[in-house]
Write a protein that binds this ligand. Structure first.
Ligand SMILES: *Cc1c(COP(=O)(O)O)cnc(C)c1O
Length: 367
């Protein structure tokens, strides 16, 4: 008997998450210094972390021998104030991935199912598979969510629907009014998780209104991340907003110290740094325009994006990925998302985008 046989069938069926290739690994493989490598593969903020977060961290080091505040009192108050909800509506996660997984572990049983879109974030599938529950993938519409088809896919045993807006890896966006009508039509026995990891990148005119829906829809969970615009991916911090009863249930499943002290201190400071978010959004918009113009110049089609990445059709994406890597530029292949001819490019600084575009032109010309 092999140790493999000890794991249940649904665990053996899991295809592990493949993250963006790390800079250090690429530098080792190419034998070039890390500073010569550009990574546009994990939707990280090219401006780095919020300076306010860095300053706050310096003052927190002396507390590292102590366990963090397991209730997350301070940070939940900061989030509640910012989102105009009560602290009882806030659950903290070790990254928003943790929130997604906690929601699944709290509400999804083995003989139940979860629904999400084709080209949806792979963590949804992983969270569902790990529980041995069924996953129902609904065909996308123009690379985005088909809300009517998602509603039609909900079964009597469907406990969860995952919906990212904007979506990763396609960058597509659904107007909030459509999402609101959708949430209102989802049956009471099904929770809707709206994943807003890229919410800060939306123009103010289309900023998310979902925190104000929490009081109206007891079956709604909103998840947000500090990994993207706030630039804190390395600390792992995210949060969920939901009805107080749902939060209380999730808290039963949550590890008592799931979020570390530094992450909470940095998050409190970063959430207060509106200037940094405004600058990140401005630079991102300029970078998106720069990349789109570059793609048009190369005759490539792309999926219009409102996030901090853009997905471009390059044909043989596996070859192009390798050719870019040899030029020190890491991007993200997304064949695992059913898009074998596309690459996902994180918006970098102006200089990084330019370096990527010239490497792309060379790679396309190479045969
Ligand atoms: C990046 C991302 C997350 C955030 O992950 P963290 O765990 O907060 O780093 C969540 N959902 C989607 C769709 C993402 O792209």
């Amino acid at each position: 008997m092999s140790i493999r046989d000890l794991a249940p069938e649904h665990v053996r069926a899991i295809a592990p998450y493949v993250p963006g290739k790390p800079i250090s690994e690429t530098a080792r493989e190419l034998g070039i210094p890390e500073r010569d490598i550009v990574k546009l593969a994990s939707n990280e903020n090219p401006l780095g972390p919020s300076p306010k977060a860095i300053a706050a961290l310096a003052g927190a080091m002396a507390d590292l021998a102590l366990y963090p505040d397991g209730s997350g009192y301070e940070l939940r108050r900061v989030i509640a104030r910012k989102q105009s909800v009560s602290p009882e509506n806030v659950v903290l996660g070790n990254g928003s991935n943790d929130v997604l997984e906690l929601v699944a572990r709290t509400f999804l049983g083995r003989n139940e199912s979860a629904v999400y879109s084709q080209h949806g974030f792979v963590v949804y599938r992983l969270a569902v598979q790990a529980l041995g529950a069924a996953h129902i993938e609904v065909p996308a519409r123009q690379f985005g969510h088909d809300l009517e088809a998602i509603l039609a896919a909900i079964r009597p045993n469907t406990k969860l629907v995952f919906l990212a807006n904007p979506n990763n890896p396609t960058g597509t966006f659904l107007p909030w009014a459509e999402v609101e009508r959708f949430v209102a039509r989802v049956p009471d026995h099904t929770l809707v998780v709206i994943d807003e990891a890229y919410g800060e990148y939306l123009d103010p005119e289309i900023a998310s209104p979902t925190s104000s829906w929490i009081s109206r829809f007891p079956n709604l969970v909103v998840s947000r991340s500090l990994s993207k615009a706030y630039g804190l991916a390395g600390l792992r911090i995210g949060y969920g907003l939901a009805n107080a009863t749902a939060v209380e249930l999730i808290d039963r499943v949550r590890q008592p110290f799931n979020v570390n002290h530094l992450a909470m201190v940095a998050a409190c400071a970063a959430l207060d740094d509106a200037d940094f978010i405004a600058r990140s959004r401005r630079e991102n918009a300029a970078g998106l325009a720069q990349l789109q113009k570059g793609f048009e110049g190369l005759g490539l089609s792309f999926i219009s994006s409102v996030a901090n990445f853009i997905t471009v059709k390059v044909g043989d994406a596996a070859r192009l990925y390798g050719a870019l890597l040899r030029r020190g530029v890491i991007v993200r292949p997304i064949s695992a998302y059913g898009l074998p001819e596309h690459l996902r490019i994180t918006v970098g600084t102006q200089a990084q985008n330019a370096r990527f575009l010239s490497a792309l032109a060379e790679a396309l010309a190479e045969r």
